[in-house]
Design a protein around this ligand. Structure first.
Ligand SMILES: Cc1cc2nc3c(=O)[nH]c(=O)nc-3n(C[C@H](O)[C@H](O)[C@H](O)COP(=O)(O)OP(=O)(O)OC[C@H]3O[C@@H](n4cnc5c(N)ncnc54)[C@H](O)[C@@H]3O)c2cc1C
Length: 465
């Protein structure tokens, strides 16, 4: 048995853990990182990056369907070599992973312990045959794809994001179970790559969209590629060598299931019950979202494992807060960033700031614009909707929902403006080039300005010097 005493132990060498490390390192060299899983970060190995490569391939191939209208012939003759496409996904994936390994993991050398960690006492950890006494601990153990118990008996025909990018060929018929961002992105991409995909979700919403009008249009637009059954839990049963998936009285026979119903925080192995604090019914400890401190213990938590905002930039933010507070007393409360969610399906589905449900019946005005204008027409992408919400009296932007070509960029502009507490008039004072997609945002803001309870003396978008 090997014993070590350290200032800080970081559990998990993913995005959150490595960002925590970047802050810890500034104050001490006396740390260890413990990780028993596959290294390279979930984002680079099986998350953000390989999924975006797959989407890029699918989008490029899909474009052949519209270019004929522009006079470019031969599009329909293009073919996709699925084996090569998947090799390409893995080649770029490997490049992203090796970047993480070279820059962040390999330099850890003797400070990296390759085992899963568990708490033996609040300041004593076990990892294989090692015992680590740590003054501070950062929990950054990530999450694992959830497979509901009744479906686990079909394990041999279930794909998840942990396995999909390893496929050398794709099934003929597949059901995607769960149409959040991941299910929509992968389901649509696989459909565009020739798989006969059918999507299911127990909710009537897709991609986490709460705004009913944006959701309605998103279902219509994404539904042109990806047939979807919404609003009923899917039942699965064997049917010969295939699986029958049924919901709402509709059923489909498929070879494989892609289960994308969410991810479960990796808490189970940590034995948090030994911390002497109350855990909720998911086994989650109480923690402060601004300090990332767990209860009043010298323990901090960050990333997917805390079950809140499971996206990459939040994992990095929380990791840095947790790392900073692990080496500074007392813990500092850091301001959270404006909420930003993007499903990279086509068109993008984005939510920014306050969501539709969170607006309540308060003093809120909403402005909107469609995409049948200017640059969107040029791109042959004139279908979309942006809805922007603001406080009716002050004009301060609160949130937005959109389904839009290049929506990812509009969503960023809105998130930055909301975080800076800008008003509709502040934004309308900004330059809008012509012809750009951003002009559609200008249209939605102009509509919104007309619905506010305040009149301005000057023409809209003008301020005196
Ligand atoms: C298909 C897919 C696409 C995605 N696309 C996007 C996107 O486009 N944009 C975006 O913002 N987000 C995206 N995400 C989400 C994003 O990837 C995650 O939010 C982020 O990677 C989480 O980082 P993390 O550090 O919390 O977890 P991880 O990177 O998973 O790190 C956790 C680490 O902890 C280790 N570990 C687990 N248990 C223990 C233990 N007991 N002891 C020690 N170590 C342990 C694991 O081995 C792992 O290395 C996507 C996710 C998926 C699945």
């Amino acid at each position: 048995m090997m014993h070590r005493d350290v200032d800080v132990a970081i559990l998990g060498a993913g995005t959150a853990g490595l960002h925590a490390l970047s802050e810890v390192r500034r104050e001490t060299d006396d740390f260890v990182v413990v990780d028993g899983g596959t290294l390279g970060t979930m984002c680079a190995r099986v998350g953000c990056m390989p999924s975006k490569v797959l989407l890029q391939v699918a989008d490029d191939f899909h474009r052949r369907r519209v270019i004929e209208e522009e006079g470019i012939a031969g599009g329909e003759a293009l073919t996709l070599d699925v084996g090569k496409a998947m090799e390409h996904v893995r080649a770029l994936r490997d490049r992203f992973v090796s970047g993480v390994m070279e820059n962040s993991i390999n330099p850890l050398a003797g400070k990296l312990i390759r085992d899963h960690a568990e708490f033996l006492e609040p300041d004593l950890l076990g990892a294989g045959d090692q015992r680590i006494r740590a003054s501070k601990v950062v929990i950054a153990t990530g999450s694992t794809p959830t497979i509901p118990r009744p479906w686990q008996r079909f394990q041999d025909r279930i794909l998840t994001t942990d396995t999909i990018f390893e496929q050398t060929e794709l099934p003929e018929k597949m059901a995607v179970l769960g149409l959040g961002a991941v299910g929509l992105e992968l389901g649509q991409a696989l459909r565009r790559m020739g798989v006969d995909v059918i999507g299911f979700d127990a909710l009537l919403r897709i991609g986490g969209i709460e705004d009913p009008e944006v959701n309605r249009l998103a279902v219509e637009l994404v539904g042109r590629d990806l047939s979807m059954h919404l609003g009923a839990t899917a039942e699965i049963e064997e049917d010969g060598r295939l699986l029958r998936v049924t919901a709402n009285g509709e059923s489909a026979l498929v070879d494989k299931l892609l289960v994308s119903v969410g991810r479960t925080p990796n808490l189970e192995r940590l034995a948090l019950d030994r911390l002497g604090i109350d855990l909720d019914d998911r086994g989650m400890p109480p923690f402060d979202r601004e300090t990332m401190q767990v209860a009043d213990l010298p323990i901090f938590i960050a990333g997917d494992v805390d079950g809140d905002r499971a996206v990459l930039h939040e994992a990095s933010h929380e990791g840095r807060v947790a790392g900073y507070n692990a080496v500074h007393e007392p813990p500092v409360r850091f301001r959270r960033r404006t909420r930003l969610g993007i499903a990279f399906c086509d068109p993008n589905i984005c939510t920014v700031g306050e969501t539709w449900d969170g607006l309540g019946d308060g003093n809120v005005a909403m402005g909107e614009a469609g995409f049948d204008s200017g640059r969107a027409i040029v791109m042959l992408r004139e279908e979309g909707l942006i809805r922007v919400y603001a406080d009716k009296c002050s004009g301060t932007l609160l949130g937005a929902a959109l389904v839009a070509p290049r929506g990812e960029h509009l969503a960023h502009l809105l998130a930055w403006s909301i975080q800076r507490r800008m008003t509709v008039w502040d934004l309308l004072e900004m330059p809008f080039y012509h012809p750009v997609i951003e002009e559609i945002l200008q249209g939605a803001l102009t509509d919104l300005a007309g619905k506010l309870e305040v009149e301005t003396d000057f023409p809209l978008g003008f301020a005196s010097v």
